[in-house]
Design a protein around this ligand. Structure first.
Ligand code: PBG
Ligand code: ZN
Length: 333
């Protein structure tokens, strides 16, 4: 009789993976509704919701409809929204961005009145409010017309304070100005809003994936590009340093944007120690939707995989246009 000694077999075979019952117990991470933040677009000029063509399933909402949308998300278990405004009036100084009766300010008040527990985050930037479409005040620089850093800081302070006055829990400055977090922290504290958190778009790449957002938020620019204030996709050391600097300036939450193509950067930024949000941007949403609509990808599987991998890479929070949809699936699971 031939005796086969068992040691010729590998001792650590992955038996566990073969048991469907055991798999859930051994799962390293799971997506939860508390991880998700839903971005919402509020349009001052419309009276009924308007589909965003480049983002199937997403809408611009009228001011008087936004509280209802937030209430629906709340019922599904979503606990945070990120508001973007599309104003009636645009001018070079973005004055409607800090108007107490501006579109975001009204929307914040309505959401807080209807769903007090909802964490309301506001995008603090000027690109939806300037007629030239840049993220702050522009002027002549030695390289031609471009964003003026320090003048724009004062504008961001005004915008953030007006959002805080309206009831925002967290302000999210998204224009990557130098010194912005320190400037905002001081301005908010001095205005009596020391409890308002700052979620900085600390590592924001100059990405083609923001394309559909420009239709969604009506924020395309009329000259130049944003490469002078956003990071070039190949630079990871710079990307991490940007988040570190915002942490040093007093940010409460850091952000990496876009998410899926930048997981290496995300996992590094997570080591800084602050909570990190990852923004799965409009282009990431639209790519999945388009492929799913063509029957080329399975929609639900692809969405859940994309979000799971973003969490695995180190995100504590994920800003995603899929938030409402995914919340329903998590109930089924
Ligand atoms: C505004 C802002 C942008 C996005 C979020 N805030 C556009 C940009 O920086 O060009 C993009 C979000 C998305 O694409 O989903 N500064
Ligand atoms: Zn902007």
């Amino acid at each position: 009789m031939v005796v086969v000694h068992t040691s010729i077999f590998p001792k650590r075979r992955m038996r566990r993976a073969r048991s469907r019952n055991i798999q859930p117990l051994l799962r390293e991470i799971s997506l939860t509704k508390n991880d998700l933040i839903a971005p919402l677009f509020v349009d001052e000029m419309i009276t009924a919701q308007k589909p965003i063509d480049a983002m199937p399933g997403q809408f611009r909402y009228p001011i008087n409809g936004i509280a209802g949308v937030a209430a629906d998300l709340w019922k599904k278990g979503i606990r945070a929204v990120l508001l973007f405004g599309i104003p009636k009036v645009k001018d070079p100084e973005a004055t409607s961005a800090y108007d107490p009766e501006g579109v975001v300010q009204q929307a914040v008040r309505r959401v807080k009145a209807e769903v007090p527990g909802m964490v309301v985050i506001t995008d603090v930037c000027a690109c939806e409010y300037t007629d030239h479409g840049h993220c702050g005040i522009v002027g002549k620089t030695r390289n031609g017309m471009d964003l003026l850093n320090d003048v724009s800081l004062l504008l961001m302070d005004k915008i953030a304070i007006s959002h805080a006055k309206a009831g925002a829990d967290i302000v999210a400055p998204s224009c990557m100005l130098d010194g912005m977090v320190a400037s905002l922290r001081t301005a908010l504290d001095d205005a009596g809003f020391d409890e308002v958190l700052i979620m900085s778009y600390s590592t924001k790449f100059s990405s083609a994936l923001y394309g559909p957002f420009r239709e969604a938020a009506g924020s395309g620019y009329s000259f130049g590009d944003r490469s002078t204030y956003q990071i070039t996709p190949g630079n990871s050391r710079e990307a991490i340093l940007e988040s570190q600097m915002d942490a040093d300036e007093g940010a409460d939450i850091l952000m990496v944007k876009p998410a899926g193509l930048y997981l290496d950067v995300l996992s590094e930024v997570a080591t800084i120690g602050l909570p990190v949000a990852a923004y799965q941007v409009s282009g990431e949403y639209s790519m999945i939707k388009a492929a799913a609509q063509n029957g080329w990808l399975k929609e639900k599987e692809t969405i859940l995989e994309s979000l799971t991998c973003i969490k695995r890479a180190g995100a504590d929070l994920i800003i995603t246009y899929f938030a409402g949809e995914v919340a329903g699936w998590l109930d089924e699971a």
